[in-house]
Design a protein around this ligand. Structure first.
Ligand code: HH2
Length: 268
């Protein structure tokens, strides 16, 4: 899954693709690099990000969804927690709703997904983006994330979403410390046991910058550009532990690493 951020403030590529022409060109580049899904987002979820109104979010993403749907047969995913944005994006050619609130952010979202016959990705997040990194605590992070995803999956199904259309995501970096993120990745197999495809997003995330800085005895986190090796390592390990979809900014190097990993593991 290649990331197409149409935002001024995303943590690693904010402002680069705010113009729809640039965003569509970037999406098509990711297709050339081997992406199989394009995830279009118009609101940053980075810790501390300011919320965006529906009208502004729609203005950002709609031309990009329309343009990409017209130029590629791949799955277009809309990264939003607003029902009105998801509805318009589905009408414009998207077929997957990637909701980081797991259908909790907008009471109308579940009906939009169910009635639209869309796929949806339900992600675990502790708290909300503005506050989620303030001292997150869990007794057993994997058990708690698993119980949450199980409950959200059951909710979606009761509300009319076909179970086979649901993907689950542990929400790496969303209300989690470095140790929580690593434990979720190490024990990903326990989440795969839920029986739905797992989406994992480690790409360029802050915990990779912290881990590498700590290892080098440096105070400053390693920059987002310096996080590619960590992105690749975590994607390969997540794949080996059962992840189906890897959400990344750098499609070509991650895809190449996954091809080698799959061949080594004897997978198709
Ligand atoms: N991570 C981000 C955004 N959306 N969706 C899913 N399902 N899983 C993730 O891990 C995930 C996500 C954060 O990354 P990015 O889009 O690059 O940054 P920002 O939220 O600042 O735009």
């Amino acid at each position: 899954m290649g990331v197409v951020n149409v935002t001024p403030d995303s943590f690693s590529d904010g402002g680069l693709f705010l113009d729809p022409v640039a965003a569509i060109a970037h999406g098509l580049e990711l297709v050339d690099e081997g992406a199989e899904i394009l995830d279009v987002g118009g609101e940053s979820t980075r810790p501390g990000a300011a919320p965006v109104g529906a009208a502004e979010e729609l203005r950002r993403v709609l031309p990009v969804v329309e343009g990409l749907a017209a130029q590629t047969p791949l799955t277009i995913s809309i990264d939003t927690s607003k029902a009105s944005v998801a509805r318009a994006a589905l009408e414009a050619g998207a077929s997957l709703v990637n909701d980081v609130t797991a259908l909790r952010g907008d009471p109308e979202m579940v009906a939009v997904v169910a009635q639209g016959g869309a796929e949806c990705c339900l992600m675990h997040m502790r708290g909300e983006p503005r506050t989620m990194q303030q001292a997150p605590r869990y007794d057993d992070v994997v058990a708690e994330v698993k119980a949450f995803l199980e409950e959200r999956l059951a909710f979606a199904v009761v509300e009319g979403v076909a179970e086979e259309r649901v993907l689950l995501d542990p929400g790496i970096g969303f209300g989690k410390t470095l140790a929580h993120n690593l434990e979720l990745l190490r024990r990903l197999g326990e989440l795969a046991a839920l029986g739905r495809p797992l989406v994992v997003g480690t790409s360029r995330k802050s915990f990779l910058g912290r881990l590498l800085a700590d290892a080098a005895g440096r105070a400053e986190r390693v920059s987002t550009e310096g996080r590619l090796p960590g992105t690749i390592a975590t994607c390969v390990l997540a794949y080996e532990r059962g992840a189906t979809v890897l959400r990344v900014h750098d499609v070509a190097p991650v895809r190449a690493a996954l091809v080698v990993a799959a061949a080594t593991l004897g997978a198709p």
